[in-house]
Design a protein around this ligand. Structure first.
Ligand SMILES: Nc1nc2c(ncn2[C@@H]2O[C@H](COP(=O)(O)OP(=O)(O)O)[C@@H](O)[C@H]2O)c(=O)[nH]1
Ligand SMILES: [Mg+2]
Length: 239
């Protein structure tokens, strides 16, 4: 199975080298691409220096979800069967990749979430963000009819089915992780979660701030509504 790990990065010059070295040390047979979301620092130069392919946006998309369309297009056009999203800030562990990829490799799932809340180990975000995560996980669970505990986790694996859905069928931007999951589900993806551990950032801080604590829930609700409005059209398109 041809597998791609897509590292998403924005101004991660102090973390990207260690992230890529972690992936190289624990490479279980995947290719790597970095989606550089318009960084203004040395992120892209460091990747090139290490010989890792980089797709650089000319401008920052204003949030990490702007990298999603780019990596799906890359994976679709390079004929990958399995694709993982992996953070460039070092919070994700390369040693966890085999367990996140396994359900896709076994043909059991199309959209696998690495959940911080199944094993209850490692870094699990701030209290405020945990409230948001559990609220959106609850909303999404009730729509898909299956328990999802960590819908916002950025550690995910997708099968070819999801790669094709976003690479060749769904032509709009995706703004939110709940929307991404729902669109995939409406497109026929089987969802699964596996327990993973995350660690805290080694350097720098999350670009998301207090303003995002208000913007994210609003964006989430609007994006979920949008996905629900597109549900019928997507399901008809599958027939
Ligand atoms: N904040 C932010 N992160 C981005 C963007 N594009 C890519 N990323 C990457 O997305 C990942 C998650 O972002 P981060 O700020 O650490 O968010 P958090 O881990 O959810 O607190 C990191 O690897 C970032 O480098 C962007 O436009 N904004
Ligand atoms: Mg982070």
């Amino acid at each position: 199975m041809k597998t791609l790990v897509s590292v998403i990065a924005y101004n991660e010059e102090s973390n990207i080298r260690a992230t890529l070295e972690d992936l190289r040390t624990h490479n279980c047979g995947f290719d790597i691409v970095v989606i550089d979301n318009g960084s203004r620092d040395a992120t892209a130069a460091i990747c090139r220096d290490l010989g890792v392919p980089v797709v650089s946006h000319c401008i920052n998309t204003g949030g990490s979800m702007g990298t999603v369309t780019s990596y799906f297009n890359y994976a679709y056009h390079h004929a990958y069967d399995c694709l993982c999203q992996f953070d460039g800030d070092g919070q994700h562990l390369a040693t966890e990749l085999p367990s996140i990829i396994a359900p896709v490799q076994r043909g059991e799932a199309d959209y696998v979430i690495g959940s911080r809340f199944l094993a209850k180990e490692g870094f699990r975000s701030t209290a405020l963000r945990r409230i948001g995560i559990s609220s959106f996980s609850w909303i999404v669970s009730s729509i898909v009819g299956q328990k999802v505990t960590d819908v916002t986790s950025g550690f995910r694996a997708y099968s070819r089915k999801v790669i094709e859905f976003f690479g060749a069928y769904y032509r709009y931007e995706v703004h939110d992780t709940s929307q991404l999951l729902l669109l995939s589900h409406f497109g026929g993806a089987r969802i699964a979660e596996v327990p993973i551990r995350m660690r805290e950032r080694a350097h720098g801080k999350s670009e998301y701030g207090l303003r995002d604590a208000f913007v994210f829930p609003l964006k989430g609700i609007l994006s979920i509504t949008g996905a629900l409005l597109q549900r019928q059209q997507i399901q008809d398109g599958r027939r």
